[in-house]
Design a protein around this ligand. Structure first.
Ligand code: CUA
Length: 337
């Protein structure tokens, strides 16, 4: 049988690594804020220590294997001298790893405690994050604003995320800004992040939490401070009126079918559900259900078949409604600004 040369395998490595190229700001190796940069420095330090160990071990291994391999005539010399135990070597290969671990541990522990510090409340935006299967609720307790799956922040300012879960353990990770941290039911965890530049930073749930764990996405949208203030002002005065007769019919259907789980503030509904994403200002969101572009077709698809698009979530299919009724609901959602 013809053997393939190892070079053939080496050639596939760049191809596999090409899959790691960052799109949509999703690389921890390209940090966009101070927390991400600090964490990247730790990644570099631990990688350097690991590379050092791998290189030293590989060099010794190659040296020993070539220097002491069996050569013709060795069998006549008999068994080589047998040595058991060497205090010098034992001490050496205990002390070296201890030194390496101390070099790794000191910056890791000090950084961990530094990132845990609570920032000055006057200089901080507070956001309460609640994880649900499979979406994110973001509440700004000081600003009286609530969003879902998209969290807006100002640049150059620390943002304190106070996190908990409504069901199972989730984890919050925005690769280019920092993380990750678990959201535990019945407990609060705190993560402070900051973005240096305006932009959209993709976030992910990174704790296996059920069938649609891989679809539990969110976005951090960073604005210049003045733009952020404008966004807050617009969210504090949402427009929830239906503008056309079709949208008014949609509003009636939303009241019958959606309110109870969802809320639309300022629309005059008797109930404001909290177990599903708040729909206030729905047309201003960039995505539907955190996974698809927010457009008419995707909203309709979502209403018809939420289980097919995000298996295991708690939204029932609205296939009992006619096409006309679905269109009316979509029209009303488009009016929510
Ligand atoms: Cu939530 Cu994985």
């Amino acid at each position: 049988m013809k053997r393939r040369s190892p070079a053939w395998w080496l050639l596939t490595i760049p191809g596999l690594l090409a899959g790691c190229v960052s799109r949509n700001n999703m690389s921890a190796l390209d940090p966009q804020g101070p927390v991400g940069k600090t964490q990247l420095n730790l990644i570099y330090l631990s990688t350097a220590i690991m590379a050092f160990v791998v290189i030293v071990v590989a060099v010794i291994y190659i040296y020993v294997v070539t220097r002491y391999r069996e050569r013709p005539g060795d069998e006549k010399k008999g068994i080589p001298e047998q040595i058991s135990g060497s205090k010098k070597l034992e001490i050496l290969w205990t002390v070296i790893p201890v030194i390496l671990l101390v070099i790794l541990a000191v910056p890791t522990i000090t950084t961990t405690f530094r990132l845990e510090e609570r920032p000055d409340p006057a200089e901080t935006i507070r956001v309460n994050v609640t994880g649900y299967q499979y979406w994110w609720a973001f509440k700004y307790p000081d600003l009286r604003v609530t969003t879902a799956n998209e969290v807006h922040i100002p640049t150059g300012k620390k943002v304190e995320f106070n996190m908990t879960s409504q069901d199972v353990v989730h984890a919050f990770w925005v690769p280019s800004l920092g993380g990750k941290l678990d959201l535990n039911p019945g407990r609060n965890t705190r993560l402070v992040l900051q973005a240096d530049r305006p932009g959209v930073y993709e976030g992910k749930c990174t704790e296996l939490c059920g069938a649609s764990h891989a679809l539990m996405n969110f976005r951090v949208i960073a604005h210049r401070p003045a733009d952020f203030d404008r966004w807050v002002a617009s969210r504090q005065k949402p427009d929830s009126t239906a503008k056309t007769a079709e949208a008014r019919e949609g509003k009636r259907l939303v009241g019958q079918n959606c309110i109870g789980c969802h809320a639309v503030r300022g629309a005059g509904f008797q109930v404001e559900g909290t177990t599903a994403p708040e729909l206030t200002g729905f047309s201003q969101r960039t995505r539907v259900a955190g996974i698809m572009e927010n457009n008419r077709k995707n909203v309709t698809d979502w209403l018809k078949n939420p289980q097919g698009l995000k298996p295991g979530n708690r939204m029932p299919a609205f296939d009992h409604l006619s096409e006309k009724q679905l269109r009316a609901i979509v029209k009303y959602l488009e009016d929510l600004k």
